[in-house]
Structure formats: structure tokens, C-alpha cells
Design a protein. Structure first.
Length: 250
């Protein structure tokens, strides 16, 4: 009888240990460059930004512990394939070329070429109003090519930096600037440069969360969690915090 009691106690302790293991929260490791403010960046040694908080919200929905990590941008996909982390939440555009190496979730935000003008500009309300206007764009960029569709070559002012071009809008040196929507929106929110975006985006880039080709289960969980945070308003709260608006788009 003593042997049986001792044996039973041992089995109970083993069960308790096993159940304790079951209660341990699995970690969700997701990567980004950490150099793309306000999406992902380090400040006072802490990794933060839109991508970081989206990852935290998704992990919570999946019942996992979020662990955001950084890796050089050019090696993010290689690191994923090497199983250094579970996913990439790093503002990565979904492209046919990348789809050869990884799978992507549904878009978690959308961007594209956008027209920006001075805050008090009432003459330009979208791309259709750019005819004959002086437009700023970064050298050798797709934005310069877009500008050429609307105005003469001599009226295009080339820049090394998008920010410098945007700074020239309130001064009146330029009528408009064409650059990525996500370059201008944080500036508008901060109010550092008195500009505004006008019209719809001229192009559209879908940004997705990358996972390994073989991780279909994780892909399904992420898509489900993404749909849930969009539905319950968590996504919009995070988006408005960093951009002053919902950047998911249609």
C-alpha cells in the first residue's frame, strides 16, 4: 500500500509538472530592420514603432509572447529561412520575386506614391491638377518618372532627399512633391512641416508579414489574428497613434 501511495504521489507530481509546461507561453519572434522610423526604430535603447506594436497585438491574439528582434534589412529573408525568427513584420512590400522565397499574410498596411502640397495650397487637389506645375522628386526615382507624366521636364526639381523636397513646399519653391505616402504622413502628424496630402495614391504597394513557405499553420494564425485586431479596433488605435489615421487602406 505504501508503495502504491508513493507511486501515485509521484504520478500526480509528474502531471503537475507536465501541466505547468503546458501553461508556458510560447514565444513569437518577429524581425525588422529597426532603422525605419516610425515603423520600427530604437529610441533610448528600446525597439518601438508601428511594426513592433502590431506584432505585440498579433501575438496577444495568438496567445503567444511577443519578442521583436532586429536583423539587417538585406538579410531579413535569409534570417527567416535560417529559422532565426518566426516571421518578418518590417514593412516589407509583397512582390512576385519575394513570393518565390516566402509566403505573405494579407496586407497589414498599404502605401504608394502620393502627391503632397503646402498646407495652404488650394489649387491642387490631386494628380489631375499637376499639369504644368513645378514638382519635386528624388533623383532617379519612380516618383520622378511619375512627375514626367504630368509636367514638363524643366519643371521637375530633383532632390537627394524626400524630406528636403517637402521642406520646399511651404516656401513656395515647389507646387507639389511626389514621394511615398508613408514618408509624408508622419511629418503631417508631427506638424514639423506645414504640408498635406491630396488625392488618392498614384500607385499601391501592399505590405505583408512574411513567413517561411512551410509554415502554413502560422500563416493561418496570423491572418486570423490580423482580421481580429482590425475588427476590434486595435489596429486603428495603433495606426492613429503613429500616423494620425488608419493606414490599412482599401
Amino acid at each position: 500500500m505504501v508503495i502504491l501511495v508513493v507511486s501515485a504521489c509521484g504520478q500526480d507530481k509528474a502531471k503537475e509538472k507536465d501541466s505547468g509546461k503546458g501553461r508556458e507561453q510560447k514565444e513569437f519572434h518577429y524581425a525588422m530592420s529597426g532603422l525605419y522610423k516610425p515603423f520600427n526604430f530604437k529610441e533610448d535603447g528600446k525597439l518601438q514603432g508601428f511594426d513592433v506594436e502590431i506584432g505585440e497585438a498579433l501575438a496577444k491574439k495568438m496567445g503567444m509572447k511577443p519578442v521583436a528582434v532586429t536583423n539587417p534589412w538585406e538579410t531579413l529573408i535569409q534570417g527567416l529561412q535560417a529559422k532565426k525568427y518566426d516571421a518578418i513584420i518590417g514593412s516589407m512590400t509583397i512582390t512576385e520575386e519575394r513570393l518565390k522565397s516566402v509566403n505573405f499574410t494579407d496586407p497589414y498596411y498599404r502605401s504608394g506614391a502620393q502627391v503632397f502640397v503646402a498646407e495652404n495650397n488650394q489649387d491642387i487637389s490631386g494628380p489631375a491638377d499637376l499639369k504644368g506645375k513645378k514638382i519635386g522628386a528624388v533623383k532617379a526615382s519612380t516618383y520622378k518618372e511619375l512627375a514626367l507624366k504630368y509636367t514638363d521636364k524643366k519643371k521637375i526639381v530633383e532632390y537627394d532627399s524626400d524630406i528636403t523636397a517637402l521642406m520646399d513646399l511651404p516656401t513656395g519653391r515647389l507646387d507639389a512633391v511626389i514621394t511615398d505616402q508613408m514618408v509624408g504622413l508622419p511629418i503631417i502628424k508631427e506638424g514639423a512641416i506645414k504640408i498635406k496630402d491630396v488625392g488618392e495614391t498614384m500607385t499601391q504597394d501592399d505590405q505583408g508579414i512574411a513567413v517561411r513557405k512551410e509554415d502554413q499553420e502560422l500563416l493561418d494564425k496570423l491572418n486570423k489574428a490580423l482580421a481580429e485586431i482590425i475588427k476590434d479596433g486595435t489596429y486603428e488605435d495603433i495606426s492613429k497613434k503613429w500616423f494620425g489615421r488608419n493606414i490599412l487602406g482599401e
